[in-house]
Write a protein that binds this ligand. Structure first.
Ligand code: ASP
Length: 346
């Protein structure tokens, strides 16, 4: 007898499962069972579905590392019982959560697909149905007895992306996400077309390992022309600071003023990693191309290459949480560990 893939649908919250409060006009979360009732088509898919809902579904603006850990544990506990996982999540911070989970899961060999929607499931013009149904189809895809996808992905508006390459770019259009430095893993049209050569293919057979010790004592410092010495020094020296993501200009450029470079040098000498990530969504940090990044390179700043800010924050929390020293953090940050950066600068 044919065995259908068994999919676990995890509902964390977000617009996809929201309804309008008629008194205030604001969107609020509602019962997950009602969500399923809105999409009877789900029962016609070639898979069997179980669901798990957060007791108190969250708007994704309230997401945090404890909630990420909770999602990881739901999957960990049921990993052997299911062929794939679909996580329904608010779109606002979906790229952060999905990036974090990509680092937390080592040796993942099953699909974990994040999706959500711009309009609630009950809305006539909703994008929720397509996003949900295709995500479940993707999570169910099997070729030669193996899942087609074996990584953490994000599906939205006809495109499947590697999750740790994505960023939310639009709060209005249905096409809410982009993956500026990595092509879509699949596109959904009349057919579901996978871009097979660029999918992650697991090479070892080690069991799934979940890394749960994320350290969120980190700072995101976005440069702007006119940023003051006081702001930079205060942020870098916040008590307990364990790492910095420095959002620089263009291909990783920053002011050359001595006070700026000295402030960075001082914290690096204390063993605190500083990662150079570009404010540009497309392209890569390449330190040393312009004079304005030579000093950064010389004082030991880590190159974020073509990583997104979302992914950089998650990767830094993960590497610090694992207890690596500065030298190892630099080595691993500059090495792709879950396909989050390109091998060669793009
Ligand atoms: N505010 C919502 C959230 O991120 C938006 C969405 O679901 O798209 O939870």
């Amino acid at each position: 007898m044919e065995r259908f893939p068994h999919i676990l649908l995890i509902y964390t919250g977000g617009t996809i499962g929201m309804v309008k409060d008629f008194k205030t006009g604001a969107l609020k979360t509602f019962d997950f069972d009602k969500l399923i009732k809105h999409i009877p088509e789900i029962n016609h898919l070639n898979c069997t579905i179980d669901s798990y809902s957060f007791d108190a579904p969250m708007d994704s603006s309230n997401m945090n590392p404890s909630a990420w850990k909770f999602i990881a544990e739901i999957i960990e506990e049921r990993y052997d019982d299911f062929d794939g996982f679909v996580v329904l999540h608010g779109s606002d911070t979906m790229s952060y959560t999905a990036s974090a989970l990509s680092f937390m899961f080592e040796n993942l060999r099953k699909p974990v697909i994040f999706t959500g929607s711009q309009l609630p499931i009950g809305d006539l013009r909703t994008d929720a149905k397509e996003n949900l149904i295709t995500s479940i189809e993707i999570a169910s895809c099997v070729k030669n007895d193996k899942p087609v996808i074996s990584e953490v992905c994000l599906y939205f508006e006809y495109k499947l992306y590697r999750a740790n390459r994505t960023t939310k770019i639009n709060a209005e259009q249905f096409e809410a996400f982009a993956s500026p430095n990595y092509p879509p893993l699949a596109e959904s049209g009349v057919h579901l077309k996978f871009n097979t050569p660029i999918l992650y293919k697991p090479t070892n057979t080690s069991p799934l390992r979940i890394h749960k010790k994320l350290n969120n004592n980190i700072v995101l410092l976005k440069l702007f022309p006119g940023i003051t010495q006081k702001v930079v020094e205060t942020m870098l020296n916040i008590p307990g600071n364990k790492g910095v993501i420095l959002e620089t200009y263009g291909s990783g450029n920053a002011p050359t003023e001595p006070w700026f470079i000295n402030a960075l040098r001082k914290i690096i000498q204390q063993g605190i990693p500083v990662v150079n990530v570009s404010q540009c969504s497309g392209g890569s940090v390449i330190m040393g191309v312009y004079e304005t990044s030579v000093d950064l390179q010389n004082i030991g700043i880590i190159s974020g290459n073509d990583i997104t800010t979302e992914s950089a924050l998650a990767k830094l929390m993960y590497l610090i949480g694992e207890g690596y020293n500065l030298t190892s953090i630099k080595k691993w940050f500059e090495t792709p560990i879950r396909g989050e950066i390109s091998e060669i600068p793009v």
